[in-house]
Ligand binder design. Structure first.
Ligand code: HEM
Length: 506
């Protein structure tokens, strides 16, 4: 069959265009490399150069054995602070270098996006702050930021109410209790009250199986949907082939539950507007959801933002408390020092300012977030050709070129345990080290740069309050877990076996 000459010309033109763009890209990249003194990084982890299937297999095994983080640390120790790897079709640069992390999160913030995680996050989180980029993210941040001002986050009365409910579930005869289980109930109760002005009150219902109670149904569905975000991330491209009816149902339950509170808030806003028009001004108590509803009437947008903050704020604070109490239960001397500091309150419940001034308490929290950062690893996707200041050359001190489409994975867990930064005892839980420690980008539990955690003060206030109250109520804590801490890694990092302790009333 004869081919038309037009076809040959078209194919030739296309190939020439392809060649031209390739050469232009190559030359542009060479220019960036030369101008910035970039050197190649020879350290590479994966053996399978095409799909990185060996990495996938190893990740699966390490996940099963609960040793993902410790193995990751060993890998950095072997290969250096920055190395190349690959997962399926994604080239990755892994780093635990503070200067590189600062560059990704702050100095070259605009060179990176979250695109690689939106497919897994969008079904539950829509386009809320945690799952948005660019303009959309900036709008969300602008909308939500005012709600995290000091007055709003310091609702000590609410913390005390929920703490009292938790206290009812802690045996006073020294019998073993899992504090981690209680912390997760406490933080969903406080977070839902803070966000929706309606608490799930799961501590009130704890132990009573009632599958008709919509707060309980929501709590369970939220746990499921949240774990499912992790599963979706792990499956990546292949997730679309998974039958996930239970996940879809859980998301629907979560959305419907929250939409009810959004409707209430929008109704309230309408009434307020009418009152204002009629010249009646009422003194309003502050409610998160109502403040957001004052700025937008888009009900889906409000729902998405709220579920994003619930996800960002609930497990994180519970995990911090759990990881810290695991250590305190193993180290009675540290618990004793905390009691000494808290004795200054003479049994009174603490105010916000008193909490902020407790130095040893702050060291204990900082140290927990250092040894067990609740977001232990994270990543960003390069959306244009860019550079990192470290990782190139044989000693890893030269700049490194990052081609567009590369994922930069960074590990606060490994960085927080670097012996050249924190000393030979970097793996140990030692609050006292904070007496002289003033880290910058070497310490990153709450992220840094424009996307730094919005709820940091809320989390630290809640964790401080709960710790002080527990230490006031119980003179001693004893670990009932013969094992060391084992990694329980989902979207956040807590203890696999919970925090099993016996407590002695004060
Ligand atoms: C110990 C507790 C917490 C830790 C360690 C923590 C840590 C983090 C980290 C590492 C990020 C960055 C995630 C990323 O960019 O991939 C983040 C973002 C965020 N956190 Fe937290 N968080 C905690 C508690 C909270 C709480 C209690 C809230 C809200 C009530 C909250 C709200 C947020 C929000 C809204 C973002 C997204 C900020 C943005 O993208 O602009 N966090 N947090």
């Amino acid at each position: 069959m004869a081919h038309s000459p037009v076809l040959y010309v078209a194919a030739g033109a296309f190939l020439s265009y392809l060649l031209y763009t390739r050469i232009a890209l190559y030359l542009a990249r060479q220019r960036i490399i030369k101008e910035n003194g970039c050197k190649p990084c020879r350290a590479r982890f994966n053996k399978d150069p095409i799909l990185g299937l060996d990495v996938m297999k190893m990740m699966k095994e390490n996940t099963k054995k609960h040793i993902v983080l410790q193995e990751n640390k060993k890998r950095f120790q072997k290969l250096g602070n920055t190395f190349h790897t690959r997962l399926v079709n994604m080239p990755i640069i892994a780093t635990c270098e503070p200067e590189n992390i600062k560059t990704v999160l702050s100095l070259r913030f605009k060179d990176y996006s979250f695109d690689h995680r939106t497919a897994a996050f969008t079904p539950l989180l829509g386009h809320g702050i945690f799952n948005a980029d660019g303009e959309r993210w900036a709008n969300s941040r602008h909308l939500l930021r005012p709600n995290f001002a000091r007055d709003q986050v310091a609702d000590i009365d609410a913390f005390e109410r929920h703490f009292k409910l938790m206290l009812k579930h802690i045996p006073r005869d020294g019998a073993t209790v899992d504090l981690q289980e209680l912390f997760f109930l406490l933080t969903i109760d406080t977070a839902t009250e803070f966000l929706f002005n309606h608490s799930t009150n799961s501590l009130r219902m704890f132990g009573k199986e009632d599958d008709t109670n919509e707060d309980i149904v929501f709590g369970k569905a939220f746990n499921y949907a949240q774990d499912d975000v992790g599963t979706r991330s792990r499956y990546g491209f292949f997730d679309r082939f998974r039958n996930n009816q239970k996940g879809e149902e859980a998301i629907k339950i979560c959305h419907t539950y929250i939409e009810k509170f959004v409707d209430d808030a929008l109704r309230f806003r309408k009434e307020m507007d009418e009152e204002k028009r009629a010249g009646n001004h009422k003194d309003e108590k502050y409610y998160f959801i109502q403040e957001v509803a004052k700025q937008t009437t888009d009900s889906k947008r409000i729902r998405d933002e709220l579920i994003n903050i619930l996800l960002a704020g609930r497990d994180t604070t519970a995990s911090l408390l759990s990881n810290m109490f695991f250590q305190l239960a193993k180290k009675p001397d540290i618990y004793g020092k905390l009691r000494e500091e808290i004795a200054a309150l003479e049994g009174r419940t603490p105010t916000y300012d008193e909490l902020k001034n407790m130095k040893y308490l702050k060291w204990c929290l900082n140290e927990s977030l250092r040894t067990h950062p609740v977001v232990p690893s994270n990543s960003r996707l390069a959306i244009r050709d860019t550079i990192l200041p470290r990782g190139g050359g044989p000693d890893g001190q030269a700049p490194l070129f990052v081609p567009k489409g590369t994922m930069v994975g960074y590990s606060p867990y490994v960085m927080h345990r670097r012996k050249d930064i924190y000393g030979a005892d970097a793996d140990e839980y030692k609050p006292e080290r904070w007496e002289t420690l003033r880290p910058g980008w070497e310490y990153l539990p709450f992220n840094g740069g424009p996307r730094i955690c919005l709820g940091q003060q809320y989390a630290l206030t809640e964790a401080s309050y709960v710790t002080v109250r527990l230490v006031q109520e119980f003179s001693q804590i004893e670990s009932r877990d013969p094992e060391d801490w084992i990694e329980g890694l989902t979207l956040t990092l807590c203890s696999l076996n919970g925090v099993k302790v016996g407590l002695t009333p004060a």
